[in-house]
Design a binder for this molecule. Structure first.
Ligand SMILES: *Cc1c(COP(=O)(O)O)cnc(C)c1O
Ligand code: SF4
Length: 324
């Protein structure tokens, strides 16, 4: 029988909550053909529909600006196509691998580079996990496996269990990290069964959430976060610096405080990757540095995310050079 969260996910993917979005005067049907709008009921409820500049609405609403293509942006801005060790497994950095465990998400964020990366085709489906496990077994320097996507929490608990049992059996794998937006946008996913699986893991557990604005931290989301904390996850957050969403020091300082108040430490603040059809989200580097300096002056060091950019071919994310 389908669980509550599985019903919610199905409804989101089917477009059950799109009506509200479509009513917006700036909704663009053409933009929605480029990248299907997907949104959860939770997010619909969090949007202030009276405010056309609502920071949540901006992240999920197909907008006419997406039809503009400029020649600076690329389809694969971070070079992931070339870094695939085997299908669905990206081994770009030492010590850790990224497994594209799922091709779908519970929401489609308009600025995401997933809008061009063919995840539906290139994720590692369950029947290919053995090849993934073999690769990780053979590479003794891999101590951490990152489940990413898409969103790995779209996988069933049964699938997660199967995968984690295989990872548990590899001596040199010490840490399982999950990159997910789902605890915040569809908190019903963090149910008893998921928490039981989490507690049963014989690995260090890290979850990196993706929150861009404190408005996303609903009561439901905070409850889910508390449960994750109790289940033993180290909780971190990554944000993307987005024009019209969170491009002010005040907004990001508030986010850091709200996250910390709920047991989550800021991890990364990503400069926007030049993704085609989303360049209206770009904040230029000079402005980014200006915002970041203000954050640095006002935030305790541990509440300051690292300002990074992903560059194709680099051995790690690149720290933005504050001297420039
Ligand atoms: C971001 C990323 C990681 C993780 O990097 P950390 O700096 O450890 O967070 C790993 N692999 C790929 C391909 C990545 O993009
Ligand atoms: S991968 Fe993350 S940023 Fe991209 S659409 Fe999914 S939830 Fe949004």
């Amino acid at each position: 029988m389908a669980k509550q969260w599985q019903k919610s996910l199905k409804a989101a993917l089917k477009g059950d909550s799109l009506e509200e979005l479509q009513k917006s005067p700036v909704y663009s049907a053409k933009a929605s053909e480029l990248f299907a709008p997907v949104i959860t009921e939770t997010v619909i409820d969090l949007i202030d529909w009276e405010n056309p500049d609502d920071p949540l609405l901006k992240q999920f609403l197909p907008h006419a600006q997406e039809l503009k293509v400029d020649n600076k942006s690329k389809e694969d801005p971070v070079g992931d196509y070339q870094a695939e060790a085997i299908p669905g497994l990206i081994h770009k950095y030492l010590g850790r691998v990224l497994l594209i465990a799922s091709g779908s998400c519970a929401v489609n964020c308009r600025y995401c580079f997933r809008r061009h990366f063919p995840y539906e085709k290139s994720y590692a489906p369950r029947n290919q996990w053995q090849a993934v496990i073999d690769y990780i077994s053979q590479h003794k320097e891999i101590h951490e496996v990152i489940l990413s996507g898409g969103d790995p929490l779209t996988l069933s608990d049964q699938s997660l269990r199967t995968l984690s049992q295989k990872l548990n059996a590899i001596d040199h794998v010490e840490t399982l990290r999950i990159h997910s937006r789902i605890p915040v946008v569809m908190s019903s996913r963090i149910d008893t069964s998921f928490l039981q699986w989490s507690k049963s893991l014989n690995l260090n557990k890290v979850m990196v959430l993706h929150v861009n604005h404190s408005q996303e931290l609903s009561k439901k989301a905070i409850k889910a976060i508390k449960k994750l904390k109790k289940a033993g996850y180290t909780l971190l957050n990554q944000s993307v610096l987005l024009k019209g969403v969170n491009d002010s020091a005040e907004t990001l300082i508030d986010l850091s405080h709200q996250l910390f108040g709920n047991g989550v430490l800021p991890y990364y603040l990503h400069l926007f990757d030049q993704v085609q059809n989303a360049s209206h989200f770009a904040v230029n580097q000079t402005q980014a540095i200006d915002i970041y300096r203000q954050m640095q002056a006002q935030l305790s060091g541990y509440l300051l995310p690292k300002l990074v950019v992903e560059e194709a071919g680099e051995p790690a994310k690149t720290l933005v050079n504050m001297a420039t």
